[in-house]
Design a protein around this ligand. Structure first.
Ligand SMILES: Nc1nc2c(ncn2[C@@H]2O[C@H](COP(=O)(O)OP(=O)(O)O)[C@@H](O)[C@H]2O)c(=O)[nH]1
Ligand SMILES: [Mg+2]
Length: 144
């Protein structure tokens, strides 16, 4: 008997991501700054292909600043990749992310339209908190 260990909702998400990716200018991958490597989902790199990416090292308030800074340098050396420490509820930092997203995303555009961003990451890294901060209102439910 063949056992399909890969949960159905994950397969569905993977398919939807692949379908949406051609229309995306920029991928924002949210990581936990305390464990940037372990909070990476290898599927993100696989699915993003060569789309430009900003790796957000979120919860930087809970991480060691020097270590976070070393991770930022490390990620910044990867192709098409920028990295940024983040506290998702800090307005100033969220504004910096928006500015960077516009710069990186716009570089992909020939038309003068809004940058299309896909936000990805494993559970509990702060995606919903960041989405709410970017939107300036509560649109995604957050969990503890
Ligand atoms: N200390 C800290 N907590 C955060 C930060 N961003 C999110 N959180 C908390 O992390 C938990 C998970 O956040 P959520 O946005 O639901 O994560 P998601 O599963 O990736 O959508 C919540 O309790 C948030 O309040 C941050 O930058 N710093
Ligand atoms: Mg969420």
């Amino acid at each position: 008997m063949a056992i399909n260990w890969f949960p159905g909702h994950m397969n569905k998400a993977r398919k939807k991501i692949s379908e949406a990716m051609p229309d995306i200018d920029l991928v924002i991958e949210v990581l936990d700054a305390r464990l940037p490597f372990s909070s990476t989902n290898p599927l993100v790199n696989e699915l993003r292909g060569d789309k430009p990416t900003i790796k957000v090292l979120n919860k930087a308030d809970l991480a060691d600043p020097a270590t976070t800074s070393a991770w930022v340098s490390h990620f910044s050396e990867q192709a098409q990749t920028q990295a940024l420490p983040m506290v998702a509820e800090d307005r100033k930092q969220v504004k910096q992310l928006i500015a960077l997203a516009k710069k990186v995303g716009q570089a992909q555009l020939d038309k003068n339209r809004a940058v299309r961003v896909m936000i990805m990451g494993i559970p509990n890294v702060g995606k919903s908190t960041l989405i709410n901060a970017l939107a300036g209102r509560y649109i995604a439910r957050t969990g503890n």
